[in-house]
Design a protein around this ligand. Structure first.
Ligand code: G3P
Length: 224
């Protein structure tokens, strides 16, 4: 089965506005040079989805969306808006943008109505199991305390990564399982894949790297 390399641009200055596009182009060229079969997905601010998706061939996901339909919902980021901006999906409930269970249930239903892929972010194994019942396309497991750090979840808590993959797969074998937080090296990627993950979710290891192209190539080599 194909593997996934999600890169979260967050709201880092190096990865928003014009910088989002220049970073996206660097990632695109590094991924092309690597000729990897891994799907690289750029998770960008709703404000940058159109800018990036219209000029870069990699898939672009949003970082959040609201469950409402298109209409009188001031300030909302609806699925229709993301789709028309060129998004191919969105994450939801990132540790830095948490929403209620009610919100998640409604949003997943809305996305399904429009055939819009969703990745739910789970901060624990238990949350991952709960999300599996909602049948999103992807679930990402990220321990909040390791986000932005230098020790990856696969190194710090291999027991939890293995437990997440095993227990979530028992509930829903078709959902793709992604591991994130603190991933900085090819070994971090390799371990995640060996534990059974379908991919990884990385942010600072690429966005904050002094050499994003080199970082992307190195991280992609962890899938080999
Ligand atoms: O969304 C992925 C992110 O939360 C992981 O961040 O900086 O630990 O790779 P980082």
């Amino acid at each position: 089965m194909g593997k996934f390399f999600f890169i979260n641009f967050k709201s880092y200055p190096e990865a928003t506005g014009k910088n989002a596009l220049s970073l996206a182009k660097k990632i695109e060229s590094a991924a092309a040079a690597k000729k990897s079969p891994v799907q690289t997905v750029l998770v960008v601010s709703a404000l940058d989805v159109l800018r990036v998706s219209s000029q870069v061939s990699l898939k672009v996901f949003g970082q959040h969306f609201d469950p409402n339909t298109a209409g009188a919902f001031t300030g909302s980021v609806g699925v229709e808006s993301l789709l028309s901006a060129g998004a191919k999906g969105s994450i939801l409930n990132h540790a830095e943008k948490k929403v209620s269970d009610e919100f998640i249930k409604k949003a997943v239903l809305r996305a399904k109505e429009l055939g819009f892929p969703v990745m739910l972010c789970a901060e624990s194994v238990e949350r991952g199991i709960f999300f599996a019942e909602l049948k999103p396309d992807f679930i990402a497991f990220e321990l909040p305390e390791l986000i932005g750090g230098t020790v990856s979840v696969s190194t710090a808590r291999p027991d939890l990564v293995k437990g997440f993959i095993e227990k979530v797969q028992e509930k829903n074998s078709s959902c793709k399982l992604i591991v994130g937080a603190g991933i900085k090296t090819p070994l971090d990627v390799k371990k995640s894949i060996e534990f059974g993950a379908d991919g990884v979710f990385v942010s600072s290891g690429v966005v904050k790297s002094p050499g994003p192209k080199k970082a992307v190539k190195e991280l992609l080599s962890g899938f080999e």
